[in-house]
Design a protein around this ligand. Structure first.
Ligand SMILES: C[S@@+](CC[C@H](N)C(=O)[O-])C[C@H]1O[C@@H](n2cnc3c(N)ncnc32)[C@H](O)[C@@H]1O
Length: 287
């Protein structure tokens, strides 16, 4: 079994300026097979939910508007979105299909390659860049940001500092008034429904850190399997709200969701994830 639970440091295997990250060998192994995971099947439904809630004032993001020749001839009429920790770009590409101008950033070179190939094949206004969200350095560049399915957030390791740093940088990347949608694993869910893997001998969840360990069986595009040990930070709705405020965001709401089933639903211990919807305030707020 490969142990991918401990982040290491050093220069990236791609020769570009990203540190090594435990997810990169997973992305190399999975490649296109990532999109065979059941949790990816609900992408269209997720974007159906997100697009109207992230569409900034002054833009029309309805399907009708996207189809008009005026919008097609003037892409600036559509909002600019950052997909943070985009993976192979399933959300990025779906937003771009709806006319949004999209940039995806991810730390795994293999996923960036796949995103670029897909965008090129479909001729979409969607670019992909290799990068580490912990170093994202853009100010007020995007109308909206998504960070979904633990797109970096929750994969930083122990302590809240890494995730807080990512939230701060995502907030800064938004134009004032711009919105963020971010999903995180539900700490209550993993306690209520433990996987009880004998190799982890009951140590799946650490209440002191919120870290959840799991052993997952991955399958590559040829059907070869590999067992990996991965660690994710899980959250409660109150932690998400508190961290967002510290990052300078105004929280609109926190919903209880499952992959492919996003709704304005109260947080629940019985759903896998929480979806945070937040806004960069027009004026900075003091914490
Ligand atoms: C479970 S995948 C989610 C991908 C995508 N958002 C989705 O919904 O399918 C987690 C992604 O986060 C990326 N990632 C992890 N840490 C990151 C970081 N610090 N900066 C950028 N990307 C990161 C990984 O490379 C991986 O593609």
């Amino acid at each position: 079994m490969d142990d991918f639970s401990s982040p290491s440091t050093g220069s990236g295997s791609s020769g570009q300026e990203v540190p090594e990250h435990w997810y990169q060998p997973i992305a190399d192994f999975l490649g296109t097979a990532y999109l065979r995971n059941a949790f990816t099947y609900g992408t269209v439904a997720e974007v159906d939910f997100l697009a109207p809630r992230l569409c900034p004032p002054g833009f029309s993001c309805s399907e009708e508007a996207v189809k008009t020749s005026e919008t097609r001839q003037n892409p600036k009429k559509m909002p600019c979105l950052l997909d943070a920790g985009c993976g192979p770009g399933r959300h990025a590409l779906e937003f771009a299909r709806r006319g949004w101008s999209v940039h995806g950033v991810d730390i795994s070179p293999r996923f960036i390659e796949l995103g670029r190939e897909a965008a090129q094949a479909e001729g979409l206004d969607c670019t992909f860049r290799l990068g580490d969200l912990r170093r994202l350095d853009v100010e007020a560049a995007y109308d909206a940001v998504v960070c979904l399915c633990q797109g970096g957030f929750g994969l930083v390791g122990g302590g809240l500092d890494g995730d807080l740093e990512i939230l701060r940088r995502l907030c800064r990347a938004l134009r004032p008034g711009g919105r963020l949608a971010l999903s995180a694993f539900n700490a209550f869910f993993v306690v209520k429904y433990p996987t009880e893997d004998s190799e982890l001998s009951g140590l799946e969840f650490d209440p002191a850190t919120g870290l959840h360990q799991e052993i997952a069986e991955l399958r590559d595009p040829e059907g070869n399997t590999r067992r990996v040990h991965a660690t994710t930070c899980c959250y409660t709705p109150r932690e998400l709200r508190a961290l967002s405020r510290l990052a300078g965001l105004h929280v609109i709401d926190v919903y209880g969701v499952s992959p492919g089933d996003y709704a304005e639903r109260a947080p629940s211990v019985d759903l896998h994830e929480y979806l945070l919807l937040a806004e960069r305030p027009l004026e900075p707020v003091s914490v």
